[in-house]
Design a protein around this ligand. Structure first.
Ligand SMILES: *Cc1c(COP(=O)(O)O)cnc(C)c1O
Length: 387
């Protein structure tokens, strides 16, 4: 692709996003399915890709993982039985417009309903095309100010870094002025798809609001380009904590080598991998979802093979609004008396003598019988430890 002299200007990148079939045809050799997704129901699957991010995709390979996250397929029109527009029932926990209060100490503030790019598996696609504006901010800020139990405000959307720097600063200032708000967080994909947005001016602004966490939506190790690495270093050097969130996506990042490279690459850039999400059952995302067992074994494949800091927590954001539930490898097999039977990443058994536990805690019915079954089937666990 031809690089404009204004390539490094984030507003230029936004104005020149790929939005239409004609734009796509100019950048990619489309396959018939991709063309069909855009012609069958015009406007049904909105597309937005920054020229920067499009340049990372293989124009000739329809299976390119980055291309699959942003270029729609007709599969998006297929609705599977368990899928809904709002499986996490965020609307139910919405206390005022754009504010979700699900956990006692923290809230999610949907500050904006637009993004730089449109991910095909978006959890909040229901918001787009609305006219959210910023008028609802004040009501959300008033609610937070009136609830002293709220310590942590996650600013999300949409993508808050799409806001102009002055606007964003005004929001952060008003939140920082609330004495009980200890932590501010921003959830964003922009450092990965529009790294030129991470200007010195933006970072000078953000650093006034410590402690501030930026939670990066990352998908694939190929996103970690030199431009992105510079943007992350700029944020990190300003004392902004960086964490990551990744959605597990079929054919895109659901294999051990890709995930390992991604998590190690993030850590290399001082980003702490935070959450790995099982893909939410959003309408039209069946072609992206992986079996839960795949996620579990992928996490097993990381644990013990990469630094602990590079292992994110696999979570399912529970349909029905139950919040994020960790899907952890079964380290605890069971308990008998004061001994806990544990299993490590190799599948070997170990026990821990929990002899400070009160006597009353030591009989754990179902657990005990599980231990007995394991011992009978697997190996003889003696007082001296595993064989
Ligand atoms: C994910 C989420 C949060 C933040 O949860 P953490 O586990 O602290 O990262 C807060 N509110 C809502 C509604 C969320 O979905």
């Amino acid at each position: 692709m031809e690089r404009s002299s204004r390539w490094q200007d984030w507003r230029w990148q936004l104005r020149h996003r790929i939005r239409t079939l004609a734009d796509l045809e100019r950048h990619f050799q489309l396959v018939p399915e991709e063309r069909e997704a855009l012609t069958a129901a015009p406007g049904r699957f909105p597309v937005a890709i920054t020229p920067y991010y499009a340049a990372l995709m293989d124009p000739e390979d329809p299976r390119d993982p980055l291309r699959r996250t942003l270029v729609p397929l007709p599969d998006e029109g297929r609705v599977l039985p368990g899928e809904t527009e709002d499986p996490l029932q965020e609307e139910r926990d919405r206390v005022v417009p754009g504010l979700i209060h699900r956990y006692p100490d923290r809230v999610a503030l949907l500050a904006i309903d637009r993004c730089a790019t449109y991910c095909r598996y978006c959890t909040r696609s229901r918001l787009f095309g609305g006219r959210m504006g910023t008028r609802h901010w004040q009501e959300a800020i008033d609610y937070i100010a009136a609830h002293p139990g709220i310590r942590d405000v996650l600013i999300t959307g949409g993508d808050p870094l799409l806001l102009g720097t002055g606007r964003l600063a005004s929001l952060l200032e008003r939140l920082r002025a609330i004495p009980h708000v200890a932590l501010l967080r921003i959830g964003s994909k922009i450092p990965m798809v529009l790294p030129m947005r991470i200007t010195k001016k933006l970072v000078r602004t953000l650093r006034r609001f410590h402690p501030l966490v930026v939670s990066l939506h990352v998908t694939h190790p190929r996103e970690l380009t030199p431009e992105v690495e510079r943007a992350l270093a700029r944020l990190m050097d300003a004392g902004i904590m960086l964490g990551s969130q990744t959605v597990l996506l079929r054919g895109i990042n659901d294999d051990p080598d890709t995930l390992r490279a991604l998590m190690q690459g993030l850590l290399q850039n001082r980003v702490r991998p935070y959450y790995l999400y099982q893909c939410d059952p959003i309408v039209g995302t069946g072609h992206f979802r992986t079996p839960v067992a795949v996620g579990r074994s992928l996490i097993d494949g990381l644990r013990g093979h990469v630094s602990g800091y590079a292992v994110p927590t696999l979570v399912i954001d529970a349909p029905g609004g139950g919040g994020k539930i960790p899907i952890v490898p079964d380290g605890i097999v069971g308990r008998k008396g004061d001994r806990w039977l544990l299993r490590n990443h190799q599948g070997r058994f170990f026990h821990y003598p929990d002899d400070t536990a009160p006597e009353s805690d030591r009989s754990a019915g179902a657990f005990e019988s599980r231990v007995d079954i394991f011992l009978a089937e697997k190996q003889d666990l003696t007082q001296d430890g595993p064989k």
